[in-house]
Design a protein around this ligand. Structure first.
Ligand SMILES: NC(=O)c1ccc[n+]([C@@H]2O[C@H](COP(=O)([O-])OP(=O)(O)OC[C@H]3O[C@@H](n4cnc5c(N)ncnc54)[C@H](O)[C@@H]3O)[C@@H](O)[C@H]2O)c1
Ligand SMILES: CC(C)[C@H](C(=O)O)[C@@H](O)C(=O)O
Ligand SMILES: [Mg+2]
Length: 359
């Protein structure tokens, strides 16, 4: 019998509660298979928290997260709240929770399942061997710099500032080198050092740290070129490390190598083992409430939680194997189905994954 692990569950808005519901079934199945004990504590977050508590990130939710060993997050936001005042914007909540929990490292694996190559817009031969990780800096850069409006000579102006300090760059870059060391030992550092001062500092820092990792093959790639190469030769990338906004954009692009954003899981980590796990996708207001969202990104996020926070390697493997088995058997949600008329719903996909889980 293992010790009780506390998981904060913040389902959020739109399809958040739908996909999190399936991930919880998977958690429960591992209790049965491995004898684990999970204590789930639910918190309000995002639009639903604005409606019920007047703020996207209530203190109570933050406390639940801080008291937990890990956080499972669905997604937040939606048209009802997206144009609200600065204080009430759901992204204020998302950015706030990342900062408050010290989650500076966002790991987003993009694994192409062989049987899903037909779901991607790229040719199967281009996708061959694609298995990459985007390591995205998560608590700095333009997302967190000063932003304001002012009256300029030609009318109203808006200003967003991008700031990085050496410490912020060092810690994420070291993590990326470490991850590359556990994989194919190739690291691509993505920046815009031909234009941006923050990118120049980024590149200098990467070059200063690189000699500490002599067995890692390092390349610097400009972000515009990286966006293009991801579609031209995705298998040439293994670990990509980049700043906050570039990582946001490149990871959504990488999602389409896998067939759908509904396939991309993520882990947000700090210095210790604590982590926040969430699908890369958002609350998908266009399909919310229809029971058709793909729960696989959230289910695979649980596998990441098991491996990275709890050290439950075997259980993580069981989840990943079950997902592969269900996909290999031809089951598809609408986003990854070639024949949409045969697509199954969120609950059916979750049930199939749970049924396929075996030691
Ligand atoms: N981490 C988060 O909570 C997060 C991430 C991204 C966006 N958002 C928020 O979500 C809201 C909607 O944003 P968006 O539309 O730009 O991005 P989105 O990721 O929610 O949706 C983009 C497209 O992908 C589809 N999609 C997303 N997840 C899917 C899934 N699991 N299965 C099937 N299809 C899926 C949607 O239907 C939509 O067509 C916004 O308020 C945005 O701020 C939140
Ligand atoms: C909703 C938004 C603030 C968020 C981000 O840009 O970080 C999302 O796109 C993500 O990728 O988690
Ligand atoms: Mg994003």
């Amino acid at each position: 019998m293992s010790e009780v692990k506390k998981i904060a569950v913040i389902a959020g808005d739109g399809i958040g509660p739908e996909v999190v519901g399936e991930a919880i079934k998977v958690l429960k199945k591992t209790e049965e298979l491995f004898g684990y004990k999970f204590e789930l504590e639910h918190g309000l977050f995002g639009g639903i928290a604005i409606d019920e508590k007047g703020t996207p990130l209530p203190q109570e939710t933050l406390d639940i997260c801080k008291n937990a060993d890990a956080v499972l997050l669905g997604a937040v936001g939606g048209p009802k709240w997206d144009n609200n005042s600065k204080e009430l914007r759901p992204e204020t909540g998302l950015l706030g929770i990342r900062k408050a929990l010290g989650l500076f490292s966002n790991i987003r694996p993009a694994v192409v399942f062989d049987c899903l190559k037909d779901a991607s817009t790229l040719k199967p031969e281009v996708l061959e061997g694609t298995d990459l990780i985007v390591v995205r800096e998560l608590t700095g850069g333009i997302y967190f710099g000063e932003k304001f409006r002012r009256e300029g000579a030609q009318g109203e102006e808006a200003v967003d500032t991008c700031v990085y300090n050496v410490t912020e760059v060092e810690r994420i870059v070291r993590q990326a080198f470490e991850i590359a060391g556990t994989r194919s030992k190739r690291l691509a550092s993505v920046d815009k050092a031909n234009v941006l001062e923050t990118s120049r500092l980024w590149r200098e820092t990467v070059n200063r740290i690189a000699p500490e990792y002599p067995d890692i093959e390092l390349e610097h790639v400009l972000v515009d070129n990286c966006a293009m190469q991801l579609l031209r030769r995705p298998s040439s990338f293994d670990v990509i490390v980049t700043e906050n906004m570039f990582g946001d954009i490149l990871s959504d692009e990488a999602a389409m190598l896998t067939g759908s954003i509904g396939m991309l899981s993520s882990a947000s980590l700090g210095e210790g083992s604590f982590g926040l796990y969430e699908p890369v996708h958002g609350s998908a207001p266009d399909i919310a409430g229809q029971g058709i969202a793909n729960p696989i990104a959230t289910v695979l996020s649980v596998a990441l939680m098991f491996k990275l926070t709890f050290g439950y390697q075997e259980a993580g493997d069981v989840i990943e194997r079950a997902v592969k088995q269900v996909l290999d058997a031809g089951h598809r949600t609408g986003d990854i189905a070639v024949d949409k008329s045969k697509a199954i719903g969120t609950t059916a996909m979750g049930d199939l994954i749970v049924a396929a889980m075996a030691r």
